[in-house]
Design a protein around this ligand. Structure first.
Ligand code: MN3
Length: 201
């Protein structure tokens, strides 16, 4: 079963980048909704006892009649649980570690190259989805997914993800996804990304 985590900060902690009303709705309605629907889908099956991320990494073994519900709502649960931790109040998120910066250099020609790739993934995703920095067979890679699909289902480890569903930015930015993405860098929690990168090595 999935359990809705509390936000690791107050609803207004990410102001002015992400507004309080958006955070309330996003966590208390959207994330809570995915959690509830995932639990309803797996209730009474052997999946109920397994960690959600493990189930998502092995979707082929999920009974076909609940596979779509598990993929969408399990993905929604997992992605948002990580998303809250990938953010911190402006000025509190730290910097990428030297090790991670070396990998940015190797893969993208530097931090700016990474940022450009990631931004393109976020803006290039038509409709709802996510942009990701992942570890794929030990190498960094940028990608995007549709809907609530997670890189875990493709055997990749998410290190950083950005929700580009309109519900994550519309109240403050309207249809201006580019402004949302540009501002979002100010609240990235690099300490968390560094930790995930270290433990995935
Ligand atoms: Mn969302």
């Amino acid at each position: 079963m999935a359990e809705l985590p509390d936000l690791p900060y107050d609803y207004d902690a990410l102001e002015p980048v992400i507004d309080e009303a958006t955070m309330k709705l996003h966590h208390d309605k959207h994330h809570a909704g995915y959690t509830k629907k995932y639990n309803a889908a797996v209730e009474g099956t052997e999946l109920a006892d397994r960690p959600v991320d493990e189930v998502l990494a092995d979707l082929a073994t999920v009974p076909q009649d609940i596979r779509t519900a598990v993929r969408n709502n399990g993905g929604g649960f997992s992605n948002h649980a990580k998303f809250w931790e990938w953010m911190a109040p402006v000025g509190e998120g730290g910097e990428p570690s030297d090790e991670l910066m070396d990998e940015f250099e190797k893969t993208f020609g530097g931090f700016e190259g990474f940022k450009k790739n990631f931004t393109n993934a976020a803006l290039g995703r038509f409709g709802s989805g996510w942009a990701w920095l992942v570890l794929d067979s030990g190498a960094l890679s940028v990608m995007s997914t549709a809907n609530q699909d997670t890189p875990l289902s493709q055997g990749k480890t998410p290190l950083l993800g950005l929700d580009v569903w309109e519900h994550s930015y519309y109240k403050r930015y309207g249809p201006g996804r580019a402004d949302y993405v540009e501002n979002w860098w100010k609240v990235v929690n690099w300490a968390k990304v560094n930790e995930l990168f270290d433990s995935a090595q």
